[in-house]
Design a protein around this ligand. Sequence first.
Ligand code: GAL
Length: 380
Amino acid sequence: MARRFLVALGSAVLALSMAACGGEGAGGGGDTADKKPTDLTIGVSMPTQTSERWIADGNAVKEKLQAKGYKVDLQYAGDDIPTQSQQIDQMITQGADVLVIAAIDGTALSGQLQAAAEAKIPVIAYDRLILGSPNVDFYVSFDNYKVGVAQATALLVGLGLKNKDGSKGSATGPFTVELFAGSLDDNNTAYFFGGAMDTLKPYLDSGTLKVKSGQTKIEQAATLRWQQETAQKRMEDLLTSSYNDGSKVDGVLSPYDGISRGIITALQNAGYGGSGKKLPVVTGQDAEIASIKLINDGVQSSTVFKDTRLLAEQAAIASEAFLQKKQPQANDTTTYNNKVKVVPAYLLPIQTIYKEDIKSALIDSGYWSAEEVASGQAKK
Ligand code: GAL
């Protein structure tokens, strides 16, 4: 008798907890197409607020979804993997109907994605692919290999080895360069570095470019969590270990503006940019306002602009499609294998920004104002 009661109680608890998990009929279930947007919630999980690009992404995704009438639960995880896992767990138990996730560690969310799948919540990977899980339903990003090609090309253009139109430049070298990569747990890192190294290879093979430290492997070049301070420290170490013989570094491949700023600080502290010691060509990515100012001031050489407004729009379009029980439209169904399946993706174009492009690409399009570019600080 008592046993039967316990079993019945157990089932009731299970049913309740499944309902709380957003199981069928409790939000996140299969009936979203019949609901009003105002009754639907999209959980948006962003990695960190220390980088302004993710703040812009979070705000843009929220705005686009709210404009469509949806409720949004936007969370930042402070670049801490357990925090991101907990935040996503909570979004699921609170009955999110779609999840949009920019992962800190692309391999760390399989458990959360399994729970989402059980609750029938579609998952959209935002800019960073989530790996090792069959439960990633869509991916919105940019052409990440092309980002790497663009960064290496900007390095070559900055050194004068190439012209912007792709023709051969007037410089002959040889030049000394150093290479930086992003965080190894981010799937994009290998695409950026791979695209860059494929582009630099002929120049490295011929000796036109020389990595004086010898650190050409991605593991040696990597920067955990993409952190500026970590990049600054590595650049300081490289200068001490490989350039203390009076030689100078001519170019630095950097995959992200925060890393570029760390590199530039290390170089400036070592006297570069002062009299007689020109700053090397330094690349970047994300068109962060602090770096746009540096480019405008002739300190950083270039960045790669990825319009977060367009990425946010695609995330909103894909979310809406899932909520209406449709498959979002992909423009790439072959590239992004997450080690379990090829995830259908919508990839957006990129643009290299040199000083002369700031006005047309960033100011005229309303991405940054002239005032923000001058101050190096975002107003919004
Ligand atoms: C990558 C992203 C880059 C850059 C970097 C550091 O995943 O694709 O654009 O933002 O993270 O945040």
